[in-house]
Design a protein around this ligand. Structure first.
Ligand SMILES: [Zn+2]
Length: 287
């Protein structure tokens, strides 16, 4: 589906009964003019069904020349199937410098893996220029892509359509959000969940994308306050903090990412010397 001019969303639904890590399915994007050249952003999960969905969509677009495959980050649900897609599309793969080594086993010709530079401007058909914005925090090799003309930001896993993201380094993540908040963003094309855009917003508010970024920043601040509140009550155990601050009906599959989010907040607060960490205690396993 063409979501804004020159941007085509290829949506991939979750498997039935799959874990609910990513409510709202996933997306890869073809960007550019199908009659000229296009970028492909991300290659999805390593699964026949996913790769087939992407290739079917590529057929529908008329098998355009692909300028390059742009990777948002190295997690397996963004780089799966890359060997097959790169072979068919015969194009370079561009990624964060930290990811180059990780992609080498999957791309036959090493020279086809190209290191992005921070803020590099990339051009393709339809007079499209995309800016690569380094945004560590979810992972240290994360890149967002910004199409200024249409004010659309491709956020990978930094901002999702239907849920908060998981974070590996919260201080970095907050800096990345701040960096993104300085752009003018009407539409967000996340790697997971629905596209965040004007059409989906009933109130006709401008800069729906900026509102989403702000919501993410506020959400983190709220979590931090909740964690400080739990600590003030004497709740110092990660699992107990999760039970205290997350909804009581939190799905089992989401408990682990929730705990890791709490941990990353605690690490940030420790780094900032706002809280103290006691050494862990060790006990014999009971099972
Ligand atoms: Zn992902």
């Amino acid at each position: 589906m063409e979501i804004v001019k020159n941007v085509y969303q290829c949506h991939i639904e979750n498997e039935k009964n799959a874990q609910v890590m990513h409510p709202g399915g996933s997306n890869v994007y073809f960007i550019g003019d199908p009659n000229e050249e296009m970028f492909l952003v991300d290659t999805g999960e390593h699964s026949r069904r996913w790769t087939k969905t992407i290739l079917d969509y590529y057929e529908q677009l008329g098998r355009p020349k692909i300028t390059s495959i742009l990777i948002t980050h190295g997690h397996g649900d963004h780089t799966g199937g890359i060997e097959r897609l790169q072979e068919i599309m015969q194009c370079p793969v561009m990624c964060h410098p930290k990811l180059v080594k990780g992609l080498k086993p999957f791309v036959d010709d090493e020279e086809m893996i190209v290191k992005l530079k921070a803020n590099e401007v990339l051009r393709t058909g339809g007079n499209v220029s995309l800016r690569a914005i380094f945004t560590p925090g979810h992972s240290d090799d994360h890149v967002c892509y910004y199409l200024a003309r249409e004010k659309i930001l491709f956020t990978g896993d930094i901002i999702l359509g239907n849920s908060p993201s998981t974070v590996s380094d919260l201080a970095d993540y907050m800096k990345s959000l701040e960096k993104l908040s300085r752009l003018r963003v009407d539409t967000i094309g996340p790697a997971h969940g629905q596209v965040v855009s004007q059409q989906l917003n009933q109130k006709k508010v401008k800069r729906v994308g900026n509102m989403r970024i702000q919501w993410y920043m506020d959400h983190r601040q709220l979590r931090e306050n909740q964690i400080l509140g739990a600590l003030a009550k004497g709740i110092g155990d990660v699992d107990k903090i999760v039970s205290e601050i997350y909804p009581k009906n939190l799905k089992k599959a989401l408990r682990r990412p929730a705990a890791s989010n709490v941990r990353t907040h605690l690490e940030k607060l420790t780094k900032e010397k706002r809280i103290d960490e006691k050494p862990a205690e060790y006990t014999i396993k009971s099972d």
